[in-house]
Design a protein around this ligand. Structure first.
Ligand code: SF4
Ligand code: SF4
Length: 386
């Protein structure tokens, strides 16, 4: 039976927890250092975590840095998110083979989905999974996504030290995990404060040494979370009336500013944990007897992605950047009833020219709000050019 409350777990219990998850058949995925960044990968022990490391992030800037302590989770999100596992960048959807009688025999079984346990997941990424659920796990579910989703176990981590490009508190998605986890950790100096989010989480907690957390620990966690939310966010975004402002100002001069700098490299969409655009393509072997259908990540920044019958509907980078930003912060609300941005900051960090979604949206919103104050009307320009 699930027990509410908070539990104190010694840091040396992280290794047994990872072993217990592996024992239950999970492939354990956690943060680890690769190629100068903290990325998700398979881990088999707590020693593989980037213990004692943190990062410095800003627009177009990411550097690993040593911490002055040996915190297990003293960093925030790297370029990877759970999207890498739930919605892989390349997935075979089905195959067909000639049956020798003039027909084809299809193999439409979805590929077997691994049973993942994710360790170290942040609240923004849990919110991103909830957003992707609306695309891949609703009335027409993607069978692979659904399998991974139903089987996965999540050990989340509350962010006490948000990064330089984080703005989850503006998007109401963090820094404290509120749903979507089995266990949630807040790292204190000598122990973890652990909260239970599901029956499975409760059963797993019972398999490691723990005790009830005292009132001091509970108070400390509350204080750390409110301080992180109020004072430590690297970025912020005023989302009040933002969808209306953006959609009513599609010819604002700020779109030129961003469009002139944007390289259309698509980095922002690749690192974004909610972006879901994809391309489908077929590949046949040389004999012509066998064909596979694949799905890979697409991007609204690619010119070919904007091709509709007869031509490209967003031929300029300005139009593609505007499409992306307005989808994230405005039209997503109409489509899904929520923002498409969870404030993880990845698109800011990994944009090679440092284009910042919070700066671009704020420049337009502030200008329009100021104009409304002065003249009682904004600069409404709904027509969108390409
Ligand atoms: S738009 Fe940027 S900040 Fe928002 S969820 Fe995507 S990557 Fe994160
Ligand atoms: S906004 Fe930045 S990351 Fe996104 S396509 Fe343009 S240059 Fe690349």
């Amino acid at each position: 039976m699930r027990r509410d409350g908070m539990f104190a777990v010694a840091k040396d219990q992280l290794d047994p927890l990872i072993c217990e998850l592996a024992h239950d058949g999970y492939t354990v995925i956690g943060p680890t250092i690769r190629d100068g960044a903290i990325t998700y990968d398979e881990i088999t022990s707590a020693a593989m975590l980037p213990r004692g490391w943190t990062q410095e992030t800003d627009g177009g800037h990411y550097r690993l840095k040593r911490r002055t302590d040996d915190a297990c989770f003293g960093f925030v999100v790297g370029p990877h998110s759970l999207k890498r596992y739930l919605f892989p960048s390349r997935l075979k959807l089905f195959s067909v083979t000639r049956d020798g009688q003039g027909g084809f025999s299809p193999d439409v079984e979805p590929p077997p989905a691994p049973k993942y346990a994710f360790v170290g997941v942040r609240s923004c990424d849990l919110a991103a999974v909830a957003v992707q659920d609306m695309v891949f796990n609703s009335e027409m579910p993607d069978p692979y996504y659904r399998q991974v989703r139903e089987q996965m176990f999540v050990v989340a981590v509350n962010c006490a030290e948000p990064g330089g490009t984080c703005f989850c508190s503006s998007m109401d998605t963090g820094p404290r995990c509120s749903a979507g986890y089995d266990l949630a950790i807040t790292e204190l100096s000598t122990s973890f404060a652990m909260e239970v989010g599901s029956e499975r989480g409760q059963a797993m907690l019972e398999r490691v040494r723990h005790e009830e957390a005292d009132a001091n620990a509970r108070h400390l966690v509350d204080l750390m979370m409110s301080t992180a939310a109020k004072h430590n966010m690297g970025r912020s975004l005023d989302t009040a009336d933002l969808p209306e402002i953006l959609m009513s100002n599609l010819e604002h001069r700020q779109w030129d500013q961003a469009g002139n700098r944007c390289l259309a490299c698509a980095n922002c969409t690749l690192v974004c944990p909610t972006c879901f655009c994809n391309n489908i393509y077929d590949r046949t072997d040389l004999s012509g007897d066998h064909a596979d259908r694949y799905r890979n990540w697409g991007s609204c920044f690619a010119l070919e992605f904007t091709y509709h019958t007869g031509g490209y509907i967003r031929s300029s980078r300005r139009a593609r950047y505007r499409q992306w930003l307005t989808h994230k912060l405005a039209s997503w609300h109409g489509q899904f009833g929520t923002s498409g941005c969870v404030g993880c900051g990845r698109c800011i960090t990994w944009c090679p020219v440092g284009i910042d979604i919070t700066v671009e949206a704020t420049a337009i919103a502030d200008d329009v709000r100021e104009s409304l104050k002065r003249h009682g009307s904004g600069t409404k320009t709904e027509e969108a050019d390409v």
